[in-house]
Design a protein around this ligand. Sequence first.
Ligand code: TF8
Length: 333
Amino acid sequence: MKLKALVLSGLIGLVSANAMAADIQSRMIRFGYGLNEDSNQGRAVQKFAAEVGKLSGDKMKVRAFGAATLGSDLQMQQALLGGAQEMMVGSTATLVGIVPEMAIWDTPFLFNNAEEADAVLDGPVGEKVMAKLEEKGLVGLVYWENGFRNLTNSRRPVTSLEDMDGIRLRVMQNNVFLDSFKALGANAVPMAFSELFTALETRTVDGQENPYNTILSSKFYEVQKYLTVTNHVYSPWIVLVSKKFWDKLSDDERRVLEQAAAASRDFERRDTREEAAWALAELKEKGMEVNELDAAQVDRMRERLTEVNQGIAKEVGQQLWDDVQAELQKIRG
Ligand code: TF8
């Protein structure tokens, strides 16, 4: 072989040598998610799919299904448990029926900023909670950022606790969210995300709460006039694999998924934060009226929401509650 050809084949070899030598078979992975393709969630699933292709020499293929075409979070979880679907990403909040400990992440005002969230979720406590999935038939790979949640509604500007009174508010299918918004005076209604746009449009519900990114990518600004900056809780997403599928994979194949998941996490958090930084201005541009809560109202809201903390500690176990608090103390110094 000529030198040039050698170098060339060497270069090509670099890309696929690992994948060729490794114990990797042809695999088809159906990956479902709830938001639109054109969303932070959709972009990160694309990134994950590309990484899996690259790391496996295109032997492992991810077929992405957005906009809940494979079902709501709860339906997809069941499909993963049964082995009818290989992967998904969704809210940790919708997983509490399977792993009650996930409710720890629903604690109002748990994290002050994204850095705290990253440190706790990627640290030992986050891993411990994630590891609980395995005995239930799911494998958690990484946490992505859904983000800090904010309130929207079609009835009136919400600038005080009293303004929440009687607003029919869609919440996730999760008791902490249900109890939190009841404590704030809203008429909270649990509902799958996949039904939310229509429910807002037909005024079956008056409002909802989600990060700016989602309010934008799901076009909620078309059916919601008022947005209140509450940042009442940080929501993680979690990337899940069916354990039935996972158990069939070789170590090399698992490593492909783990490495691709780590790369997708870093990509997703960067992308989500960039988008969140301009999304609010865009929502105003689209015609939403944005209200900030003054410090006194935030304090009242925080105080009211501490009512749910005891219930969370009971649900997840006092030990886990204490572990998270200790971890936060450490980070905050
Ligand atoms: C919600 C969540 C959603 C997620 C998504 C469909 O309000 O914030 O973003 O469940 O994966 O339901």
